[in-house]
Design a protein around this ligand. Structure first.
Ligand SMILES: Nc1ncnc2c1ncn2[C@@H]1O[C@H](COP(=O)(O)OP(=O)(O)O)[C@@H](O)[C@H]1O
Ligand SMILES: [Mg+2]
Length: 232
């Protein structure tokens, strides 16, 4: 589904992401873990095209998308949930979902009813302004806004940020259910150890913009194996 080769990117003359090689197979849930400031967000932004790669190649469904504009990458089937969720606080829940609906023109959009079935709290709050939702509800809305464009690959940048532990478990369960029921492929970056352990099928560790480790399902279950890439 996604193959990244020797990807390098940054800001101006500053290189942040260095020579990253990763692959994500169809239907996998893969995470990239690492401390604050190692380049996780820069990497995800480079995948969706908000940051230009200085070198390297990104293949999505066998197509080289490296030179594609961000909205074309979204239309080709990549959903993106930015760090901090990126919802529009003055708009209602339903208006936020409408913003996501027209992104992916290549396949029919999901009915709002489908995402409301996954996240019933959003149905109850559909006429409420998004800025008045709890952190967990804002995360659910951001994920739903990406899902209504019917992506094949969902990119999530620190979905746990600003959310209570019990809601992190709930959101993780829903993402796993969506993955199981629809085959949605998920790539997320995280430093919250609970979510990493609950959700990842496989995991890459990033430090100073490079991939410095690869963890299998067995390694992920071992707290210390993960912690070494996260603790200061
Ligand atoms: N818009 C930007 N302009 C310049 N430097 C940036 C910008 N965004 C992030 N950086 C720098 O890039 C590095 C990696 O940041 P980031 O990708 O946000 O890391 P992470 O998501 O892992 O916390 C940091 O040193 C940060 O200061
Ligand atoms: Mg970040």
């Amino acid at each position: 589904m996604l193959t990244v080769e020797k990807l390098t990117s940054g800001y101006g003359k500053v290189t942040v992401v260095r020579n990253v090689d990763i692959h994500v197979g169809q239907g996998e849930i893969v995470s990239i873990i690492g401390r604050n400031g190692v380049g996780k967000s820069t990497f995800v932004k480079t995948l969706i095209g908000l940051n230009r790669a200085t070198s390297g190649v990104i293949h999505f469904k066998g197509v080289n998308i490296s030179a594609m504009k961000s909205h074309d990458r979204a239309r080709s089937g990549i959903g993106y949930v930015p760090q901090g969720h990126g919802i529009f606080p003055k708009l209602t829940v339903e208006e936020n979902l409408k913003m996501g609906r027209d992104i992916n023109k290549s396949s029919p959009n999901l009915d709002f009813g489908v995402v409301y079935d996954y996240f019933p709290r959003l149905r109850e709050r559909r006429l409420q302004r998004a800025g008045t939702l709890s952190g967990g509800e804002q995360a659910m809305l951001a994920i739903s806004r990406a899902l209504v464009g019917r992506p094949e690959l969902l990119l999530l940048d620190e979905p746990s940020e600003g959310i209570q532990p019990s809601i992190i478990v709930h959101i993780s369960d829903i993402l796993k259910r969506i993955n199981r029921e629809t085959g949605l492929t998920v790539l997320f970056v995280e430093q919250h150890i609970g979510l990493i352990q609950q959700l990842s099928g496989r995991c890459y560790a990033m430090d100073k913009g490079s991939i410095v480790g690869e963890l299998t399902e067995g390694d992920i279950a071992d707290y210390d194996s993960i912690k070494q890439y996260l603790a200061v």
